[in-house]
Design a protein around this ligand. Structure first.
Ligand code: MN
Length: 419
C-alpha cells in the first residue's frame, strides 16, 4: 500500500457569535467574531502546505442549524481552495448543523463529499490507486438519540484491504460535558473492524484508543470560552505502507483562552501585585506565539494583600487597569479576576483560643470532619433549597463542605478584622 497523509478536523463552529464578549470589549468581541473564520482558513492553509491527500471533517462545521450565509460562502471558498490543490474533502454534519437545518443551494467543487443520513462508503484514490475507504453519516436532525455506530457496515474484503476510516459526530462513553447525542461506547467502536474512528463533538482533544482501531477526537479548531483553554487545532495523520497511523497535533486557533494564577503570599503591595500579574500575562503572550490571549486570572494564597483586595471595588479597579494597559495585537486581555485569596489568619491556631471565634472554628471543624455532621448540614441547606420554587437540585456533600469552608473564613474575617 502507498503511504499517505490526511487531516482530521472537527467542530469548526464557523461564525460563532460570541455575543456576550462583544458588549464588554468591542475590540476583543470583533476579534473573536472573526476567529472561527480565520481558524478555518488556517485549516485549509495547512492542508495545502502539508500536501495532504485528503481531509475528513467530523461535524459541526457551522455553529447554527440556520447557517449564516457568510459561513457557508467561506466554507465553500475553502473547499474550492482545497479542490484546486487536489485535496479531497469528506464531511459529515453534527448536532449544530444537521441536514434538516436551513441550507443554501451551494455548488460544491469537485472532490468534496458530504455524507447523507445513512452510512455509506467512499473510496479515496491516490495516483489512480485506492488507498482508503471512508464510511460516514450525517445527523439528519439535531437531537440524535440513536447509537449510529450500530448502522455502520463491516468492511468487505476489498474495503478491508484498504485503510478504513469511520467518520462520525458522536458522544463516546457518555461524556457529561457534551450533549449525549449519537451515544455509543468505546467497545461499540472496537467491534467495527475499522482502522481509524475520526470523531467530532467533544471539543477537547483526546485519544480514546491508539490503534486497532484508533479512536480520536481532534477537539475544536478555535476555543470559544474559558473552559476551552489551551491550543486548539487538528490532527495530521500519517499512514505508513504497513497501514499504521501516527497522529500529530497542529494548532489552528488565532485567539487562545488561558487560565493563570498569581499567588499573593509573598506580595506586599498593590504595585508589586500588578507587576506580578503583568509578568504572568507576558509569559502567556510568549507561550501563545503571536496569538491574542484571553486570560481568566485567579488570585490565590494567604497574605496581607487580601485585605486590600476585599475592599469595595478593588478587584474591579485592578481589572479595568489591566485591560487599559493591554497592548496592540497580539494582546493579552483579562476576561475576569477570581479573588480566591485568604487573610493571614491561621484558622487552626486561631481555633485554639478560648473565645467565641475559637469555639465556632473548633465546632465547625468537628462537624466537617464527621460524615454524619455534613449530612445533617446538607439536610438543613437542602430544605432551604427545596422550600423555594427554584427547582435547584439539593447540594452535594462536596458543595456543603466548600460552602462551610468559605463560611469559616468569612466568620474569621468578620470577627477579627486585620489591624
Ligand atoms: Mn461541536
Amino acid at each position: 500500500m502507498q503511504p499517505f497523509r490526511f487531516v482530521h478536523a472537527a467542530d469548526l463552529h464557523i461564525d460563532s457569535p460570541f455575543r456576550g464578549l462583544r458588549d464588554v470589549d468591542r475590540r476583543v468581541g470583533e476579534r473573536l467574531r472573526e476567529s472561527t473564520f480565520e481558524a478555518f482558513r488556517n485549516l485549509v492553509d495547512l492542508c495545502v502546505d502539508e500536501q495532504v491527500d485528503f481531509v475528513v471533517i467530523a461535524g459541526d462545521i457551522y455553529d447554527g442549524a440556520d447557517r449564516s450565509v457568510r459561513a457557508q460562502l467561506r466554507f465553500r471558498d475553502g473547499m474550492r481552495r482545497l479542490s484546486d490543490a487536489g485535496v479531497a474533502a469528506y464531511i459529515v454534519h453534527g448536532n449544530h448543523d444537521p441536514l434538516d437545518g436551513w441550507l443554501s443551494a451551494l455548488t460544491w467543487p469537485e472532490g468534496v463529499h458530504i455524507f447523507g443520513p445513512e452510512p455509506e462508503w467512499k473510496t479515496v484514490e491516490l495516483n489512480g490507486e485506492p488507498i482508503a475507504a471512508i464510511q460516514g453519516v450525517s445527523f439528519p436532525t439535531r437531537e440524535v438519540r440513536e447509537n449510529l455506530v450500530a448502522r455502520f457496515a463491516t468492511p468487505t474484503p476489498a474495503e478491508d484491504s484498504l485503510f478504513t476510516i469511520g467518520l462520525l459526530h458522536a458522544n463516546v462513553g457518555g461524556n457529561p460535558d457534551h450533549d449525549n447525542y449519537a451515544p455509543c461506547t468505546l467497545d461499540d467502536l472496537k467491534l467495527t473492524a475499522l482502522d481509524y474512528w475520526a470523531l467530532g463533538h467533544v471539543h477537547t482533544r483526546q485519544t480514546l484508543r491508539r490503534q486497532n482501531p484508533a479512536v480520536v477526537y481532534p477537539g475544536n479548531i478555535q476555543g470559544r470560552h474559558p473552559n476551552e483553554s489551551g491550543p486548539r487545532g487538528c490532527l495530521v495523520v500519517d499512514v505508513s505502507e504497513e497501514g499504521a497511523a501516527s497522529t500529530r497535533f497542529h494548532p489552528l486557533d488565532v485567539v487562545r483562552w488561558e487560565p493563570a494564577t498569581v499567588d499573593i503570599t509573598e506580595i506586599g503591595s498593590i504595585d508589586r501585585l500588578e507587576a506580578a500579574i503583568q509578568q504572568k500575562l507576558d509569559d502567556l503572550a510568549v507561550k501563545a506565539e503571536g496569538r491574542d490571549v484571553i486570560c481568566s486570572l485567579t488570585l490565590s494564597g494567604r497574605g496581607a494583600m487580601h485585605a486590600e483586595l476585599v475592599r469595595q471595588g478593588a478587584v474591579e479597579d485592578l481589572l479595568v487597569e489591566l485591560r487599559a494597559t493591554a497592548s496592540e495585537s497580539p494582546w493579552v486581555w483579562v476576561e475576569r479576576i477570581y479573588d480566591r485569596t485568604r487573610p493571614e489568619i491561621d484558622l487552626d491556631a486561631r481555633g485554639e483560643a478560648d473565645d467565641f471565634l475559637g469555639a465556632a472554628l473548633r465546632h465547625s471543624a468537628e462537624v466537617l470532619q464527621d460524615g454524619e455532621g455534613v449530612r445533617e448540614l446538607a439536610a438543613v441547606v437542602g430544605e432551604v433549597f427545596t422550600g423555594r420554587k427554584s427547582g435547584l437540585p439539593a447540594p452535594s456533600d462536596e458543595q456543603i463542605r466548600n460552602w462551610a469552608a468559605e463560611a469559616r473564613w468569612q466568620l474569621a474575617e468578620l470577627l477579627e478584622p486585620e489591624e
